[in-house]
Design a binder for this molecule. Structure first.
Ligand code: TYD
Length: 210
């Protein structure tokens, strides 16, 4: 008997919202419920996509034009979907992805100003419009988010994370818009306060899938 198809969840958010911590906590909570879960990340998550990740995240700020960058993210995603995500879902596993299409919509579409239509067109071609069952977007108030991201930038960050606060404000706005455009799939989750409280908020947005 073939197992039922698993669920595909993506976790999103701008810089400094605590996404890494919440990804680990959410994975633990889902596994505690007996779910056979695979965690993965973008850009990356398959051999080819990890090679593209190195191209995307290292080097000079101006290494890629916004269009070239959007194409590289879409190419990495196409490989990730084909090689990692679809096989796991077909085997009945759940996938929890650290970023997916909505990051391209927010960073390349919003932050870099390409708009969402070209990004969606690349996704239609590269990944045949394949979408998560649910996308959880961690959000902080604008001021809190920027100051946390500034703290992080003083340490080390990647080519894209290092962009200035105007870019990250546009990213944040684009994520918020996605929540109103696709309210069934994209759920905006308050990332402020206690770590466990944030994890509980995330889980609440998955309860109809559990
Ligand atoms: P990463 O080191 O994974 O950072 P984070 O902890 O913020 O997820 O770097 C990924 C960077 O790439 C991050 O700045 C967001 C950016 N990005 C895009 O611009 N577009 C995309 O489609 C994806 C998946 C990521």
């Amino acid at each position: 008997m073939t197992p039922p198809r698993g669920r595909f969840i993506s976790l999103e958010g701008g810089e400094g919202v605590g996404k890494t911590t919440q990804l680990a906590a959410l994975a633990l909570a889902l596994r505690d419920r007996g779910i056979d879960l695979v965690t993965t990340r973008e850009p990356g998550g398959s051999e080819g996509a990890e090679a593209i990740r190195a191209l995307l995240l290292s080097g000079e700020e101006g290494r890629w034009s916004p269009r070239a960058e959007a194409l590289l993210f879409a190419a990495a995603r196409a490989d990730h979907v084909e090689k990692t995500i679809l096989p796991a879902l077909e085997a009945g596993k759940w996938i929890l992805a650290d970023r997916f299409l909505d990051s391209s919509l927010a960073y390349q579409g919003g932050g870099a100003g390409l708009g969402s239509d070209p990004v969606r067109a690349l996704h239609a071609f590269g990944s045949e419009d394949f979408l998560p069952d649910r996308t959880l977007v961690l959000l902080l108030g604008e001021r809190e988010g920027i100051s946390r991201a500034d703290e992080r930038d003083r340490g080390s960050s990647d080519r894209i994370g290092r962009r200035g606060s105007a870019f990250h404000l546009d990213v944040d706005r684009a994520f918020r818009q996605l929540g109103s455009i696709e309210p069934e799939r994209v759920r905006l989750v308050d990332a402020s306060g206690d770590r466990d409280a944030v994890t509980a908020r995330l889980l609440r947005q998955l309860c109809d899938l559990l």
